[in-house]
Design a protein around this ligand. Structure first.
Ligand SMILES: [Zn+2]
Length: 220
């Protein structure tokens, strides 16, 4: 028997589509031929924080937990979307705002996804003004204390308003082996109050981050 019936699920793809040579961060592909049978292959070179990606403590700590060292269960779980559509430009995501968006739905071990109404177009040149609401240090502590299993956000959420705040938020969450998912897409298409979130990074020894395909499975 299957654990659940996919025909009773709606799958929302939360992944950015990568365009080699045209991304904000490096991705180069070069086609080659496998001599043995003449089929094609590619050599690929990319930034580990490319497109939609999962990052783990090796990103922040020298010798920190790498992609191969977290159990696969870390990357699958109950997901809840926190929609900060009630915040204005550059308003902080305080603990009060966090609880307002959570609406009492959170449980230990959840995977939280965050969005606002102020996406930053990182592909624009020159960059437009940054109006993103930012996660505060106190809210990062709240997520770490729950604890969340993982959390993610799209291009409408900033991580602190300064490098120092960003470092503290990394330290609070990555110090507890809580991975992040960055550059999520289509979060406005999530309709369910809770869903199953799957974001599986390839387990590469020594690596700090890697692009992933992320899906939310909603019950119909
Ligand atoms: Zn990153």
């Amino acid at each position: 028997m299957l654990p659940f019936d996919l025909s009773k699920c709606r799958i929302v793809d939360l992944t950015h589509v990568l365009r080699p040579f045209r991304e904000y961060r490096k991705i180069e592909i070069h086609r080659g031929v496998i001599e043995y049978d003449g089929t094609y292959m590619h050599e690929v070179s990319f930034h580990s924080h490319l497109g939609t990606h999962v990052e783990v403590p090796a990103h922040f700590y020298d010798g920190g937990t790498d992609l191969s060292q977290l159990p696969v269960e870390t990357f699958i779980g109950r997901g809840v979307l926190l929609d900060f559509d009630f915040l204005g430009p550059r308003e902080p995501i305080t603990v009060e705002a966090f609880e307002q968006a959570a609406r009492g739905r959170l449980r230990p071990g959840d995977i939280l996804l965050l969005r606002s109404n102020y996406p930053l177009d990182i592909w624009a040149d020159p960059l437009p003004p940054d109006e993103r609401p930012a996660i505060t240090v106190e809210t990062a502590q709240r997520m770490a204390n729950l604890p969340v299993k993982m959390f993610g956000f799209d291009l409408s959420i900033n991580v602190g308003y300064s490098v120092e705040e960003g470092r503290q938020i990394h330290d609070i969450t990555m110090g507890k082996d809580i991975p992040w998912i960055e550059v999520l897409m289509n979060l406005d298409q999530i309709k369910a109050e809770e869903f199953t979130l799957i974001a599986l990074p390839y387990p590469v020894v020594g690596l700090d981050a890697i692009p992933v395909r992320v899906v939310a499975l909603e019950a119909l």
